[in-house]
Design a protein around this ligand. Sequence first.
Ligand code: ADP
Length: 541
Amino acid sequence: MNNIRSTIPDFPLTIRGIFEHGERIHAASEVATYAGEHIRRASYAQVGERVRRLAAGLGKLGIGPGDRVGTFAWNNQEHLEAYFAVPSMGAVLHCINIRLFPEQLIYIINHAADRIVIVDSSLVPLLAKFAGQLTTVERYIVIGEGGGLPRETLRYEDVLASAEPVRVWPEVAESAAAAMCYTSGTTGNPKGVVYSHRSTWLHAAAASMANSIGLTEDDKILPIVPMFHANAWGLPYSGWMCGADFLMPDRYMQAERIGRMIAAERPTVSGAVPTIWNEVLRYVDANGIDVSSLRCVVCGGAAVPRSMQEGFLNRHGVRVIQGWGMTETSPLAAVARPPRGTPKDQEIDWLNKSGRVVVGVELRLMSGEQELPWDGESVGEIEVRGPWVTSSYYLDDAPEKFHDRWLRTGDVGTVDAKGFIQITDRAKDVIKSGGEWISSMELENHLIAHPDVLEAVVIGVPDERWDERPLACVVMKPGAAATLEQLRDFLAARVARWWLPERWAFIAEVPKTSVGKLDKKVLRARYAKGEIGEVKVEKMG
Ligand code: ADP
């Protein structure tokens, strides 16, 4: 009696399974790619046939199970084809972050040991600069035309034409490696996370749930988040799984292009980091662009300013839903949908939380060895584990990040009884003033709500008396007149007195990381070199 077993055998959850489902069940759904002046369109059925050809072509070039195939590409149809072809044939997709520094790119491509790199023609000149130092790449496949790379270079369309479409896929275990991403390496070298078929499948399903992004065949997804940034947050897989149309922005990521794309093509769902949405909001506000087709804008990767969410909601009727996660968590771990019964006028309070933990992800709040209560007040470091949370890096030890399968996220915040997370800072960005913590993120969010402020970034700088104090750096909107004293007064009405920065600086622009987040490391270095002209603003106005 004790030895009862499930009558359902373990059936592998594979990317091939997602691919064939979409290809057959949603054959008429569309993948559109913005090409500057016009839009290229293909049905899932057509994309599917090309996926099969790409897999066969890669096979002819000697790619087999476990081999890494890199992509150095924008968000477009061909990149999506690689998303399915490479894992379905048992190889491993490595989406390379084109915005890393050359030394980091050389490091990650050699570290992942990519054998082939598929590259967009417009990115060939960038790749060519360091391709000579890539030790494992045997060939390049160029989408479009392009040469000048040190090894054999083939045209993507020729590779597709050279092979008969794969009809029978190899058996692939669900635990096999399917794709890999490197973190952007804010300290030291980037670290690789290797996703399995199973982790990708489950993450895609969890992201599609109505409690998360909530995707169906009626959706049209505009993934602005690059396909090399944590696999575009899984949108290619979850969208295909649900049969949604795709609108791929290719290299046209500027606010103006995005605004025009939204107005013309009317996507229902989109995802990008806050800096992008900020620019898009400014553009659509200034130009009267209709973005009302969007029913769900997913925003995360950094704290989402409430003022931006209010702008979209109040002026355009668009809900910006915040998500929280990291490359190590595939990335989606929490999504901030307002809980049941929330009155309309309080929705924004919930949308502005970092996220509500998604089923599958287990979370705890820690202070040293002690677990803290989920009371919405206790502040600790968030740890997570789950079926799509990594518990190590690829060929790289980081014992300080992992223990007993828990991932130490380095994010500090609170969790409430309903599982809503509020990140207050990254552990390394928290400002430690006189033994107390000041949230740089909260100061930034208040500052950016000032009508004259375009961007704001707050870092902790050394202080003799308090160890550290905040330095507020602001970029003003063109023609804005607010003084630093006025900005300080604006903050004074919103935060505790001892949080108020005494040190201020106007800066021309905020440095950004390779995925468009505020780059505090660069700002700290500039401050240390005395390159930031700080002003003392001590008296309240
Ligand atoms: P990188 O470390 O290069 O920025 P990731 O994109 O993996 O790469 O970043 C993950 C980090 O982004 C998280 O650990 C967290 O600090 C931050 N983050 C993600 N989502 C949010 C959010 N909604 N609010 C605040 N911070 C966030």
